[in-house]
Design a protein around this ligand. Structure first.
Ligand code: PMP
Length: 354
């Protein structure tokens, strides 16, 4: 007798972006991390929590992350019972599927977007339906009424960078019978977001992460904002101590240093715009991006060769073998110096159309 569930045996599992062990010797532009350190207050807060002898680590952290929910609530304009904190936004995406979709039930999402949704659905035994994109950032063939249990909308989209308009997201919410989960992992770099829809539409959930804009991928911090009834359901499912003490201390310090946060986001966005313009001047196709990354297609449309050229120079970007994406690469935005070195390798690489 095989003791493992059939769907777990059959699934391939999610393959995250490569984390080289000798990270310092690479220019690492493959997983949309922030090139700058987190606020200096994060380090202070972690050290304060550790104290002289790390004695506090004997004790469990706050189970409700109440200080963080209050801080996030103040920041985004919601009461704390509209917010749940998560061990990375991946955790809350997982719990949303667990809360909504039972075995054999359908969830939907846009392809291309975040491929982890498919893995989470597979674990749950849920069915998946994917929809393509139109050129003007709408969903191709989205039905007048979508009866799936939940729909994931990634905006800004990754890996392409496009942003769905607020009016369109609101229209989609009206067409979804189930939850519309607006995955705003990159919204802090976009200058617009769907938070107001959480108040207007009773089926909209917005998810955020501190991994990108707050430079805290290594601490695993995310959150969701939704109606209290949805938050209460998610609260029942999560691990009860889902955020450790150091993560909670770091999160509070990061959220409270908004000046630092805005300055760093502005810096990344300015670099993104300069880098995009420089690539376009080399003949690359670079759609405008609302994230901390761009999707670049060389004139010869050989994304794999571009990836290999950069890899040989110890610059790591992301190439997707999916036929919809194989012609380009996704490049996270690093420091100006890192992007200048990347540009120099690309410019020397002869990717002209033949
Ligand atoms: N959503 C999207 C669209 C992402 O790209 C990522 C990061 N890979 C996540 C969610 C998860 O982020 P984290 O778990 O680090 O908060």
């Amino acid at each position: 007798m095989n003791r493992l569930r059939q769907n777990i045996r059959d699934m391939a599992g999610y393959i995250p972006g490569f984390q080289p062990p000798d990270i310092a010797s690479w220019i690492k532009l493959n997983t949309n991390e922030n090139p700058y350190p987190p606020s200096p207050r994060v380090r202070e807060a972690i050290l304060a929590e550790l104290g002289e002898d790390a004695a506090l680590l004997r004790t469990y952290p706050s189970a409700s992350s109440s200080l963080l929910r209050e801080a996030a609530g103040r920041l985004y304009g919601f009461d704390p019972d509209w917010i749940i904190m998560a061990n990375g936004s991946d955790e809350v995406l997982n719990n949303l599927i667990r809360a909504c979709a039972g075995e054999g039930e359908e969830i939907g999402y846009v392809h291309p977007s975040y491929s982890y949704y498919a893995t989470l659905a597979e674990i749950q035994g849920a069915r998946v339906r994917t929809f393509g994109l139109t050129d003007d950032w709408r969903i191709a063939g989205f039905p007048g009424r979508y009866d799936g249990r939940l729909f994931f909308l990634t905006t800004p989209n990754s890996p392409l960078g496009g942003v769905f308009s607020l009016a369109y997201i609101e229209e989609l919410a009206g067409r979804c019978a189930g939850l519309l989960v607006v995955d705003e992992a990159y919204a802090d770099f976009a200058g617009e977001n769907a938070l107001e829809l959480v108040k207007r539409c009773d089926n909209v959930v917005v998810t955020r992460t501190l991994s990108k804009s707050y430079a805290l991928a290594g601490m695993r911090l995310g959150l969701a904002i939704a109606r209290p009834a949805i938050i209460a359901a998610l609260d029942k499912i999560r691990d009860h101590y889902n955020l450790d003490r150091l993560a909670q201390a770091a999160c509070l310090a990061a959220l409270e240093d908004q000046d630092y946060f805005r300055r760093r986001c502005d810096q990344v966005v300015a670099t993104r715009e300069r880098f995009s313009a420089a690539l376009r001047a080399l003949g690359f196709t670079v759609p405008s991006s609302g994230g901390n990354f761009i999707f670049a297609t060389p004139p010869d449309r050989d994304g794999r060769r571009l990836y290999d050229d950069l890899y040989r120079s110890r610059i790591l970007v992301r190439h997707f073998s999916d036929p919809l994406l194989a012609h380009g690469v996704r490049i996270s935005i690093g420091t100006d110096e890192e992007m200048a070195r990347t540009l120099a390798v690309i410019a020397g690489g002869k990717h002209d159309a033949t």
